[in-house]
Write a protein that binds this ligand. Structure first.
Ligand code: SF4
Length: 320
């Protein structure tokens, strides 16, 4: 059963253009239909600027939605307004941010940082809060003594462990991890990814995982949604997407991870041009300006979703 669903979700916001200061509309999320099932890691893959983070913010009610619906645990997220409804929502859904350096209050000890959400959102006793905080810090692989220290006394990887512990204290149903390792040294990234995988496997957590790093995505995800200019162009089980990508953009994205072919030559599909700006979206299939297979109709008509199996869909005219 789906824990979270989005239905024809559109998000746009205004921005000012360079020196002219002219107002422009950024169409960041364009008709996203997505479902996240309990206990899975669903990853969103795509280039920087494709709308991944805006989608996450919309789900978290951190940015306004232009149209469409978001359902979490069967409740319409967009209409949640009262203090009680919002408090309940933010207990059940937590976010891990890209930068562990800025996401922890430097003036608070780790113990306070982890206790605070419990003090605000629950009626637990001081003793119970202490027990939960100690349990969570140890689940993320840190010693209890960390609770008496300040964020600056930890390395980047340790700070991200603390940020994960903070996300866990309220025992959320869904964790949104937005590029959680991209600000860390490569040597530390694997440790954090392994920690997230361990938490998912052992505590049946559900993750929406956002990353531009396909090797990380392949390792951690059950399913992958490929996003291009604010639209999900392909969705499927991780190995199906990697072994048998249907959408030309997915194929190009996967080939951007260098691989040796049978002649030991590195293979890569080169895309035409740059990612168009979300202020100026192409008509028809949004990928047609870069697609090596583009046909005339791709310039004017929008491809509908084709269903290949229960788990695999793609939007492209190449498939009848
Ligand atoms: Fe390429 Fe046309 Fe398919 Fe779009 S619909 S991905 S332009 S072939």
């Amino acid at each position: 059963m789906s824990l979270l669903e989005t239905d024809e979700l559109y998000v746009e916001y205004k921005t000012q253009k360079g020196l002219t200061g002219r107002e422009e509309i950024v169409r960041a999320v364009n008709g996203v239909n997505l479902d996240i099932r309990r206990g899975e890691v669903l990853s969103i893959a795509g280039e920087s600027g494709c709308g991944k983070s805006t989608l996450a913010k919309a789900i978290m009610k951190l940015t306004e939605v232009k149209s469409g619906e978001i359902f979490f645990g069967g409740k319409n997220v967009i209409t949640l307004k009262s203090k009680n409804e919002l408090q309940d929502f933010y207990k059940k859904i937590q976010m891990i941010f890209q930068n562990p350096y800025s996401s922890l209050n430097p003036k608070m000890k780790i113990g306070q940082i982890l206790s605070e959400p419990l003090e605000i959102n629950t009626n637990y006793s001081k003793k119970e809060i202490e027990r939960i905080v100690e349990e969570k810090i140890s689940q993320v692989g840190l010693d209890k003594s960390a609770l008496n220290l300040y964020p600056h006394e930890f390395s980047g990887g340790q700070r991200q462990r603390i940020a994960i512990a903070r996300a866990l204290v309220l025992e959320p149903e869904l964790i949104i991890a937005d590029e959680p390792v991209s600000a860390l040294d490569v040597s530390i990234q694997a440790q954090i990814i392994n920690l997230i995988k361990y938490l998912k496997d052992n505590f049946n957590l559900t993750f929406l995982f956002i990353s531009h790093d396909l090797s990380v995505i392949r390792y951690i995800s059950d399913r992958i949604a490929v996003m291009y200019l604010g639209e999900i162009v392909e969705l499927g089980l991780t190995e199906e997407i990697f072994q048998n990508p249907k959408h030309p953009y997915t194929a190009a994205l996967l080939s951007s991870v260098p691989q040796l072919n049978q002649e030991n030559k590195i293979t890569q599909i080169k895309l035409n041009g740059e990612l168009p700006s979300p202020q100026n979206l192409p008509q028809g299939c949004k990928f047609h300006t870069r697609c090596p297979y583009a046909m005339d109709k791709c310039k004017t008509q929008v491809p509908e979703e084709k269903i290949f199996s229960d788990f695999h869909t793609c939007k492209c005219f190449l498939y009848p």
